[in-house]
Design a protein around this ligand. Structure first.
Ligand code: SAH
Ligand code: SF4
Ligand code: F3S
Length: 468
């Protein structure tokens, strides 16, 4: 088949988006054409997430649609990769629509698997056996090579790149599936990370986001040298062309003051911290196996705020964890008020098969109560976000422009005939303003004129920024 067409769909976290980019580039390099339409594709690739039941249900509903398409075009090859592939393995291969199942650690094989199936019509599966029981250095090496070969600057977010610094997780929070689908925690060698970022910088990347499930536990030993996140931030800061550095996600129990000091000292490191608390109740935090109390968490945030001026904090919370009472939830609300997050992600507890919470604690909070707590916590956070944003009216801020705003004409009054652009501040706040589309991927300065809880609106200050 000459230049077969592939259609890629992606669910899940930044880690998955990064894998999807690598896979897309690997298929493009192998001569495949990318298409936005599943029905005209020769192969449909689906990168999947298992973190909550809802994420898996969305994939099953897509597979239902593909089953329908396959009734008229049975030759389409459907490959499911990512976290659901590792979790469900052969069970997924039994689904009528599925031909290939490929786990996250096996993505370097995906191009060959699809090519073989397009030719032979025989399906295949590649997952990691006993993912938690032995170190898998050969898999890490293969993934590193794959990463270096197919890493490209983002097309959708010009001048930005995401760089994995570690894989897997060893924390076993009792609700979480990630350690079972992404395997043991391994940190990539600093030399590989730095080489990759230098290459990205040379191709025009200005902002890198270092990725990992718990980036602050990054640790790499070579002979007498030991590197943690603070050392890595120093090294990335020295790379010419890189202007902003971010990292996500941090775990509250592993923060070393050195990291905050590095953030304060290194001007390229954005004053932004995504550090999920999950709950404000010590009883629930213990049942979650998070390894800290709410007062440990508050002291950590106070330390971060004291050391890093203007730092913005983002958080994640789970509502309706088994056994969560109204009193437990009230302590979560108190924590959110105390921390004054820039924004919070709130998730309803979703039992994940094979996790300790699911096996030992069940799913005791009714769906209606989870929903109410979710709405209430978001409403509390919205007030805080609005208050913090209101303090920014009139401020002049530096932003990195992402591209055209999807919701257009939100501030029609200031519309100057130029399209609306969306940009982000160093503290990860969204700014919408009118400007030339060629500003996408560039830094500029904007004065904030009005705000909502989620968005700042402004006017471009660098009118002299010539677009040529
Ligand atoms: N490694 C990151 C988070 C990975 S999952 C960290 O530890 O911070 C992203 C978020 O999904 C988590 O922070 C948590 O809030 C949520 N989450 C994970 N498992 C969940 C589950 N079973 N039900 C509901 N939310 C969950
Ligand atoms: Fe999951 Fe906890 Fe690991 Fe985050 S730290 S990925 S929540 S087990
Ligand atoms: Fe989902 Fe896997 Fe990420 S379970 S959150 S895609 S690591």
């Amino acid at each position: 088949m000459s230049n077969p067409k592939v259609h890629l769909r992606s669910f899940g976290c930044q880690m998955n988006k990064l894998d999807s980019n690598l896979v897309e580039n690997a298929f493009a390099s192998a001569g495949y054409k990318l298409t936005d339409t599943a029905s005209e594709a020769d192969a449909v690739l689906i990168n999947t997430c298992s973190v909550r039941g809802g994420a898996e249900e969305r994939v099953f509903s897509l597979l239902g649609q593909l089953k329908h398409i396959k009734e008229s075009r049975p030759e389409i090859v459907v490959a499911v990769f990512g976290c659901m592939a590792q979790r469900l393995g052969a069970e997924l291969l039994n689904h009528e629509a599925v031909n290939i199942v490929c786990a996250p650690a096996q993505i370097p094989q995906l191009v060959d698997m699809v090519a073989d199936t397009l030719e032979s019509k025989v399906g295949s599966i590649a997952v990691t056996e006993n993912i938690r029981s032995r170190p898998q250095p050969e898999l890490s090496e293969r993934l590193d090579d794959f990463e270096l070969a197919y890493d490209r600057p983002q097309e959708r977010l010009p001048s930005q790149a995401f760089v994995r610094i570690m894989r897997g997780c060893n924390n076993f929070c009792t609700y979480c599936i990630v350690p079972y689908v992404r395997g043991p925690e391994t940190s990539r060698p600093p030399s590989a990370i730095i080489a990759q970022i230098k290459k990205l910088a040379a191709s025009g990347v200005k902002q890198v986001t270092l990725l990992g499930q718990t980036v602050n536990s990054y640790r790499y030993e070579t002979g007498e040298n030991s590197y943690g996140l603070a050392e890595l931030l120093e090294m990335v800061s020295e790379i010419d062309g890189i202007e902003w550095i971010r990292f996500v996600t941090g775990h509250p129990k592993d923060f070393d003051e050195k990291i905050f000091r590095a953030m304060a000292k290194l001007p390229k490191v954005c004053p932004y911290l995504h550090v999920p608390a999950q709950s404000g109740s010590d009883r629930i935090l213990k049942a979650m196996n998070r390894g800290y109390t709410s007062s440990d968490y508050i002291s950590l945030i106070e330390k971060a705020k004291a050391i890093v001026p203007g730092i913005a904090i983002a958080g994640d919370f789970i509502v309706g964890f088994p056994g969560e009472t109204d009193e437990d939830f009230a302590t979560t609300v108190e924590l959110v008020k105390k921390v004054e997050y820039k924004n919070c992600f709130v998730f309803k507890y979703s039992p994940r098969p094979g996790t300790r919470a699911d096996e030992k604690l069940g799913d005791t909070v009714p769906a209606e109560i989870k929903k109410q707590r979710n709405i209430e916590l978001l409403a509390v956070q919205e007030k805080i976000s609005l208050k913090l944003n209101e303090a920014l009216v009139g401020a002049k801020v530096k932003v990195l422009v992402e591209g055209l705003s999807k919701k257009s004409h939100l501030n029609r009054a200031e519309n100057s005939g130029l399209p609306q652009l969306i940009a982000r501040t160093a503290t990860d706040r969204i700014v919408v303003f009118n400007g030339h589309i060629e500003l996408a991927g560039r830094f500029c300065h904007v004065q904030i004129t009005k705000v909502s809880a989620l968005t700042l609106f402004g006017e471009l200050l660098d009118r002299l920024t010539r677009i040529i």
